[in-house]
Design a protein. Structure first.
Length: 241
């Protein structure tokens, strides 16, 4: 199974209705593999395995086919002019609650597909040979915390401040202790990545007033405390069970 990721593909976040609308894939973009997905590439796989057929296509986290990373099956999966649009209603599970919080806070903006190529054709574009994917077999669409290049979506001082806001909002979520340990670790990985990107940038503008960036040690301490509380709770359950 191959995977491809697409940035800024959230269309609507309805927290009250627990529904996310977005695009698992987009058409017409040549990626780093020299491939482009053509409109109609998903038509057959949707007609055979989509919500109106066998309903075998999953909405996952980071392409993991496991109960720990399965959100739900999309209730809508269609092609439009932009790409492969999905609508997924999130169930009342710990994982779904975590992912909704990450969508709401802006930490999930990217999606990806897991697929196999059924048909392709080669197309000459100047000196570059482009492979046009004309038919794909889709297994799943994933919400991903880390796209191929998160910094590419942020430019200039405003962009750096946007990243700092994301880091602070993520730290607030972790400080509040309202997400599972698995989501905590995934979110911390993204925050570390964003922080490293800022530090490597040529010019680092000062953070806007009121936006406090937690230190790495502070976050480690938070996670350590969560693990201690979890361990103590399990020991208590064993003693009283």
């Amino acid at each position: 199974m191959q995977v491809k990721s697409f940035s800024n593909t959230v269309k609507d976040v309805d927290i009250k209705g627990r529904t996310i609308v977005g695009y698992f894939s987009v058409f017409g973009n040549v990626d780093s593999d020299g491939e482009i997905i053509q409109k109609g590439a998903f038509a057959k796989t949707i007609s055979e395995n989509g919500p109106g057929a066998k309903n075998k296509i999953w909405h996952l986290i980071d392409h993991y086919f496991a109960l720990s990373h399965a959100i739900a099956k999309p209730k809508v999966l269609i092609e439009d002019e932009k790409g492969l649009r999905f609508e997924t209603t999130f169930p009342e599970t710990a994982l779904a609650n975590d992912i909704l919080k990450l969508y709401e806070s802006g930490h999930i903006t990217d999606h990806s597909i897991g697929f196999n190529v059924v048909n392709r054709m080669q197309n000459q574009n100047g000196d570059d040979e482009i492979s046009v994917l004309t038919e794909l077999k889709l297994y799943e669409g994933s919400s991903v915390l880390l796209g191929s290049n998160p910094l590419a979506n942020f430019e200039g001082i405003k962009g750096i401040n946007d990243i700092n806001r994301m880091i602070e909002s993520g730290n607030n979520i972790m400080r509040n202790g309202t997400i599972t340990d698995e989501a905590f670790k995934a979110l911390q990985k993204k925050i570390d990545h964003l922080t490293a990107l800022i530090e490597k940038s040529a010019a680092i503008p000062p953070t806007e007033p009121g936006i406090k960036q937690a230190t790495t040690q502070e976050v480690i301490n938070i996670f350590t405390q969560k693990l201690k509380l979890s361990k103590n709770g399990n020991e208590t359950n064993r003693r009283t069970g």
